[in-house]
Ligand binder design. Sequence first.
Ligand code: COA
Ligand code: AMP
Length: 633
Amino acid sequence: MSNLYDKAYEQSINDPDGFWGDIAKECHWYKKWDKVLDDSNKPFYRWFTGAETNTCYNAVDLHVDNGIGDQDAIIYDSPVTDTIKKYTYSELKEIVSKFAGVLKSKGVEKGDRVVIYMPMIPEAVFAMLSCARLGAVHSVVFGGFAANELATRIDDAKPKVIVSASCGIEVKKIIKYKPLLDEAIDLSTFKPDACILFQRPQAEAGMIEGRDFDWNDEMEKAVPQDCVPVKATDPLYILYTSGTTGQPKGVVRDNGGHMVALKWTMGAIYGVNQGDVYWAASDIGWVVGHSYIVYGPLFKGCTTIIFEGKPVGTPDASVFWRIISQHKISTLFTAPTAFRAIKREDPQAKLMEDFDLSSFKYLFLAGERLDPDTLTWAENCLKIPVIDHWWQTETGWAIAANCVGLHSFDIKPGSPTKAAPGWNMAVLGDDGNPIKPGDIGAIVAKLPLPPGTLPTLWQNDERFKDAYLNEFPGYYETADAGFIDEDGYIFVMARTDDIINVAGHRLSTGAMEEVIAAHPDVAECAVMGVADQLKGQIPLGMMVLNAGVDRDHDEIVKEVILQMRNKIGPVAAFKTAVVVKRLPKTRSGKILRGTMQSIADKKDYKVPATIDDYSILDEIKESLGTIGYGSKA
Ligand code: COA
Ligand code: AMP
């Protein structure tokens, strides 16, 4: 007898219309679809064409109409401001109706873009939902990015309005957002009509007359707005993610497919029901925040947590246990790095003993490879299932997971278990043909991708095809390498491009190289991700200076580090660089980043046959010996 997962998986692949069409009945539609899967314009597939809906209605109003308006929708837990504040679904409806009125008063209509640059405060979620209410397209930019990154996104998304806050709080540091916002608008070619600013008492921001408006003042005079019906295929948001260059990719998410898929994943993958308290300890600036702080739990009628803090230091490594017990969390989703941070501070998990964790059913981890040490430590301390699952900004939800709401499989350490329903996965060799189980190759998903995944990149169909579809026709290229074993378990080993994962944050080494290369003394450079016991990977820069430069190397390194902070942001965690005499290259001139990474990680490496001068590798070893990098567990 096949289990629920097998049945769901089989139907999702062989009868996607029946599978997703049935699931879609759980959502509210103003108009039903003409087609579940529309494949009339391959390789661009669309879901639920002809249908009309509203994402905010499904996330908020529907629950009020269904009689759970008094249930908490959001709990804001901010150890950095010593605040806990709860909002019921009815209160949430009132606030987002009003803030939609604020946006409307600044000219925001269906299809217009709104950039949201905010810390982890409820107003950020209100702003996202208010955009959805009007059918406007939000683009949230993570607070740890510098003005330059914000400017790039403003120029691409062309927002009518930007919503921001006066500051964020990083443990004890007050990060003023307003100067970054002002600088970004100065740098960008496109200028928004208005900025709406939420003033926080920790740092009041100066306002620019005629352009900047105060959140609270505007809310007082706002006219509440109803939900505006949009097409299922209309964009809900753009989320920029690192590509191979300094120009990030604008991942587009639609309204209909996103809503259907996410609501279903809450039960099928995470095993939660309406009324459960669900916590994704991430940031709304990342895809995990979009899908599982905001939309997924609210579609399902759960209570979601907005956590403004860190796993350690706010105030200590017990904060996760305090929140789980205080708010009766059933499912926590975070990145392995958060658990490594807790383990480092409290290796015996002594701080856990003071808390009642009886509500806690599942720990889900994603965003980077789950190392066996962290998995074992979490399992031993928590004594609940610890579930690795694999996904990407582009996919919006898990490609592979142990779908505990359908069937719990035995876990194999190092594997995020099996492909989730809707995902027809394969591993291809360099020639584009499937390779045998256990062999490593490019992990791909056969088209069409399931609902909720990216239909394209913002106003850039060609880049979408180039980046994901052209290499292996008929498949979506995940840019992850790995293998699938005889039992169908997927193992994700490494990226095939120059993306690195720093504390679960996705960063482009190509973009970092562009920053270093812009330094006037640098002739050429390479950035690679080297192993770090806490953050998984950290970037390490190597640079060759222009002939004749005789300045102090330490000074140049300091300037490059500062430039990285100013251009990309503190989130890049770029703290180490070294001047080398030469970079190892193949005879055709390709820099051997992989070899240098192995040297830096003190791993065995095969000296490439194509290298033209072996002595360079010894020089690199020697230069690296002069600096310290990589934190200890
Ligand atoms: N606004 C402004 N600055 C920010 C920021 C934000 N929203 N988020 C991070 N930064 C800054 C930090 O202050 C830090 O700056 P510093 O160099 O001055 O110290 C830098 O960016 C790096 O931040 P972070 O990656 O958070 O590292 P950390 O050393 O402060 O903390 C961890 C390490 C492991 C505790 C932290 O990375 C963490 O909690 N990770 C959880 C995983 C996670 O949320 N992943 C998201 C995807 S699921
Ligand atoms: P992001 O788009 O920021 O979510 O990053 C996506 C990338 O993170 C993936 O392509 C993987 O390289 C990596 N990743 C995410 N989850 C996992 C996981 N569970 N195991 C291994 N790698 C992962």
